[in-house]
Design a protein around this ligand. Sequence first.
Ligand SMILES: NC(=O)c1ccc[n+]([C@@H]2O[C@H](COP(=O)([O-])OP(=O)(O)OC[C@H]3O[C@@H](n4cnc5c(N)ncnc54)[C@H](OP(=O)(O)O)[C@@H]3O)[C@@H](O)[C@H]2O)c1
Length: 321
Amino acid sequence: MKAIKMSQTGDPEVLQLVETKEPEVDKNEVMVKLYFAGVNPFETYIRAGGYAFFSPELPYIPGFDGAGEIEKIGKEVQGFAVGDRVFVASTLSKTTGTYAEKVVCGADAIRKLPSFMSYAEGAAIGVPATTAYKALFQRGRLAQGEKVLIHGASGGVGMLAVQMAKHQGAYVIGTAGSAEGMAAVKKNGADLVLNHHESEYLKNISEVDLIIEMLANENLTNDLRVINTFGRIVVVGNRGTLEFDPRQTMAKEIDILGMAVWHYQPAGYQHCLDEIEKMLDQKVLTPVIGKTYPLEEASQAQYDIIHSKAQGKILLEIQPD
Ligand SMILES: NC(=O)c1ccc[n+]([C@@H]2O[C@H](COP(=O)([O-])OP(=O)(O)OC[C@H]3O[C@@H](n4cnc5c(N)ncnc54)[C@H](OP(=O)(O)O)[C@@H]3O)[C@@H](O)[C@H]2O)c1
C-alpha cells in the first residue's frame, strides 16, 4: 500500500511517500481502506520531535483520523461488518497511521459514518470533534444560555466547537484571522465574529462565561479582561510563553483549565464518541472542510496548517471514492 512515512524527525520534508506492506489485523482490530485523512497541528509537533504527549518509534506513519470502508475485521469485533462506512478517531487507540491507503486500528476507534455524509466530511471529525467536545463540555462545563468565546473559530476544532456550542444554546462569539475565515465562521453559525489580528478587537466584549482558547500565549491576558466573574478559560492550543499576573484570576475567581485529548479515559472517550455520533445523526455537526491535498503532498499540508489562514479542516485525499 502507499503511505507517508517518516524515518527521522524534522522539517515537513521528512514526510515521504513510500510503498509499504499492509499491516496485520488482530482480533479486536479492523482494517479501514481510507479515502481521506485529517491533518492536525499536533501531527506537525510529533514530526518535529519533542512533543510532550507522543513520540513514535521510527519509521512511523502519521495520522490519527480519517474515513473509509472496513476491509478486514478481527474475530472478536462486534457491531461492524466488512463494507461499513466509518470514520476513524484513534488518538486513544492503537493505530498504524491514517496518512496511508489502509489503517489498522482498534475497533474502539471507529464509528459508523451516516449515509448522508461524505468520506471527506468523515475525515474531519476524529481529532477536532473529540477536542471540541472535551473542551466545551467536560472541561468547560458549558451551560445553556451562556456566552462563549471560541478564540480561533476558523480551524478544524473551532468550527465544530461553534456548532456544538450553538446546539447547547449558547451565545457564540468566534474569531478568525482573515476575511475568508471570518465569513466561514459566520456561515458556520457564530452569533458574532471578530478578527483576532485587529487591534482592540475585544474592546466591546465582556462578561464571557467560557473561553475556548486556541492560542493562549497570545491571548490569555486579554481573555482575563473579558471573562466574567466565575468564568472558565480552557487552554486548547498554545505555542509559546507569556508573562501574566495571577492576581487577576483572584479578582474574578476564574478557572484556567488545561485540556488534552491524550488525557481522555477510555469510558469518557467512548461517551464522547456516542455524543458525536448523535450530533452527526441529528445533523447538528456538519464538518467544514478547508483545503484538501493529495496524499503525496502531506508535507505541504503540514506546512500550511501552521503557516496559512484557516477556513476549516485540512484533509489529505488518499484515493478516489
Ligand atoms: N489540547 C488538545 O488536545 C488539542 C487537540 C487538537 C488541537 N489542539 C490545538 O488547538 C489549536 C487549534 O487546532 P485546529 O486543529 O483547529 O488547528 P487549525 O485548523 O490549524 O486552526 C488554528 C486556529 O487558530 C487560530 N489562530 C491563529 N492565530 C490566532 C490568534 N492570535 N488568536 C486566536 N486564534 C488564532 C486560527 O485562525 P486563523 O488561521 O483564521 O488566523 C485557526 O482558527 C492548535 O494549536 C492545536 O495544536 C489541541
